[in-house]
Design a protein around this ligand. Structure first.
Ligand code: DGL
Length: 271
């Protein structure tokens, strides 16, 4: 793609298995306020975190086709599971640049660690794929990685139990072995987890650096838009359109309040 001097007003297409990817939208809105975003949450088929690679790949290709119909100039896979399982296939198949969650998170984690030992938490499918280990070792072959699937966290977050005794206990059950193992940096490798960031930082204290893959994904996208000359016109006020494949439940309200996004009318789309 040749860099052009003309601003590019087309939207950024963003997708996730559901609402959790709004944490990435929130990071994008903060960093790129002029960009319009078309977000597709596949609420009819979530969760992706326990599904097979073939299924997540098929879903991801279907959603990417829908985003291209919406005239997306680039696509952000705001779902760690889809990034872990479908990113190479998406990049081979679709004609616009695709940004995922894994490499930006891995870069930030290798830059942050002091003792070279990084923890990763995510869904079962993300952890099983080994995608974070590969990306971290690409950054630094010496790095030690302790990865752990935390399947109970997504339901707790969707229930809105962001600050609760039960959530703290479950978090510590998952995180204690990583602490005992000596990690000094923890990648929040699931788009829901930034909503638990205050609880996780409170529990782990300052000795552990938390890496929010959402913020780093937004930073990578900013580089891409600059490099390819695809920035929105500077006078444009970015719009956010949220589309879901099934009507929203209470989690949309929870995410909206936590992230303070202006989510207007929700479109319903079928795939
Ligand atoms: N969005 C998924 C992720 O980031 C979590 C929810 C799901 O399992 O679909 O991995």
């Amino acid at each position: 793609m040749a860099a052009s001097d003309q601003p590019d007003a087309r939207p950024i297409g963003v997708f996730d298995s559901g609402i959790g990817g709004l944490t990435v939208v929130s990071a994008l809105r903060r960093l790129l306020p002029n960009e319009s975003i078309y977000y597709l949450g596949d609420t009819a088929r979530l969760p992706y975190g326990g599904k097979s690679p073939a299924t997540v790949q098929r879903y991801s290709l279907e959603i990417a086709a829908l985003l291209l119909e919406q005239n997306a100039k680039t696509i952000v896979v705001a779902c760690n599971t889809a990034s872990a399982l479908a990113l190479p296939l998406l990049r081979e198949t679709i004609p616009v640049a695709v940004t995922g969650m894994i490499a930006p998170g891995a870069q930030a984690a290798t830059a942050a660690t002091r003792n070279g030992h990084i923890g990763v938490i995510g869904t079962r499918a993300t952890i099983k794929s080994g995608a974070y280990e590969r990306a971290l070792r690409e950054q630094n072959a010496e790095v030690r990685v302790t990865a752990r699937a935390c399947p109970l966290l997504v339901p707790l977050i969707e229930e809105g139990w962001l600050e609760s005794e039960i959530t703290d206990k479950i978090l510590m059950q998952y995180l204690q072995p990583l602490l005992d193992d000596g990690v000094d940096t923890l990648v929040l490798g699931c788009t829901h987890y930034p909503l638990l960031r205050p609880a996780i930082s409170r529990l782990l204290g300052r000795a552990i650096t938390l890496v929010d893959a959402a913020e780093n994904c937004a930073a990578e996208l900013r580089h891409l838009l600059e490099r390819e000359g695809m920035n929105a016109p500077p006078e444009q006020m970015g719009q956010l359109q949220v589309a879901l494949t099934d009507p929203p439940d209470s989690f949309l309200q929870i995410a909206n309040e936590a992230l303070q996004l202006e989510v207007g009318e929700i479109q319903l789309r079928q795939l």
